[in-house]
Design a protein around this ligand. Structure first.
Ligand code: DP6
Length: 331
């Protein structure tokens, strides 16, 4: 089949952000963006990216805008991800890509996860490709590792994989959102974009943190513990392993040179507030990504207590709440 540059097509998709309970931190292959460790996450329904891909034979280069603003800094990654799909469709046509997030971008709220999952879904739709969810996950991973998980809803596991071509490095659903309807209260403690992005934070940790090898070595055991807790809907067990894994990731990052301290004072106060609530019998635990926001995962019945506790922490600017949600979808 010859390669065409005359194809026109349009598609729009929505994907939810996801938060990892067992974290991805470190790469085995930077070129293919294969993670060094597996991870387990929850996909959210209230925080999402919507992305529209319009193939236009008149364009000589892709055009990418996010929240109404041209983003040249992300253009290369977006084009590279679409190139994977174009190669598969044997099409060269460039595209106009417009994306929007309904939540703060780049502040540790998983905007690249929902963004690339929506991009791959819309891109495949515009190109007329019928990708399996696994193929979408593999393509999304090459845009951003965590995006491989936002292809699916509910509880999701990402396999690091070992194949040199990265074809066994994809996410799979573990449990539907409705099967264990947990909720998340997000304490926003800063609104700017983070200083050191995840990719460079991971590279720095791998290069210079003495704790990085231990982090990687321990991950299979944490994944097994979390998987079993999710299967058994054992909140206490999931709470313990998720907080432990999150703090280990941050310990490895803090021990890098120069150090990666993603937290501010309010982050630490929120962490204590959540632990205090749990000690008092409220089913809630925290997780924190490469930014200062605290995500408190709780049962639906505990949500109002969690909101009240986090709202009263000095330095908390805003609370966002979400249920678990579906995977990426065309609309
Ligand atoms: C701390 O998926 O943003 O949120 O693959 O380099 O784009 P790249 O990294 P990214 O890293 C996410 C890191 C994390 C933990 C997680 O989501 O598992």
């Amino acid at each position: 089949m010859s390669t065409s540059n005359k194809v026109e097509g349009t598609a729009e998709a929505r994907a939810g952000a996801n938060f990892a309970l067992i974290k991805y931190w470190g790469k085995a292959d930077a070129r293919l963006n294969v993670p060094a460790v597996g991870s387990i996450s929850i996909t959210l329904d209230a925080l999402w990216s919507e992305t529209k891909v319009v193939l236009d034979p008149k364009l000589t280069a892709d055009e990418f805008s996010l929240n109404g603003r041209t983003r040249s800094e992300e253009q290369g990654k977006v084009s590279a991800c679409l190139d994977l799909l174009r190669a598969r469709a044997k099409v060269k046509t460039r595209a106009r890509i417009t994306s929007r997030n309904n939540f703060p971008t780049g502040a540790g709220l998983a905007s690249s996860a929902s963004g690339f999952a929506a991009l791959v879904t819309a891109g495949a739709g515009a190109l007329g490709l019928d990708l399996s969810p696994r193929e979408s996950s593999i393509a999304a991973r090459q845009g951003s590792g965590s995006a491989a998980r936002s292809v699916f809803g509910g509880f999701v596991e990402m396999h690091a994989g070992t194949a040199p071509d990265g074809l066994d490095s994809f996410a799979e659903p573990l449990l539907d959102a409705a099967a264990w309807p947990l909720e998340v209260v997000i304490a926003v403690t800063a609104t700017g974009e983070k200083e050191v992005g995840s990719s460079s934070g991971m590279t720095r940790s791998a290069k210079s943190s003495p704790y990085y090898p231990a982090w990687v070595e321990n991950q299979p055991a944490d994944l097994a513990t979390a998987r079993a807790a999710i299967e058994a809907r054992d909140f206490a067990a999931l709470a313990d392993i998720a907080e432990h894994n999150c703090l280990k990731m941050h310990a490895a990052a803090i021990a890098a040179q120069p150090p990666l301290v993603y937290w501010n004072g309010a982050t630490v106060e929120c962490l204590h507030a959540v632990r205090k609530l749990r000690a008092a019998g409220v089913p809630v635990f925290f997780t924190i990504d490469a930014g200062p926001q605290v995500k408190a995962v709780c049962t639906p019945g505990a949500r109002s207590q969690v909101e009240a506790a986090l709202r009263s922490v000095p330095g908390v600017l805003e609370l966002l709440t979400s249920r678990l949600g579906p995977g990426a979808e065309l609309f």
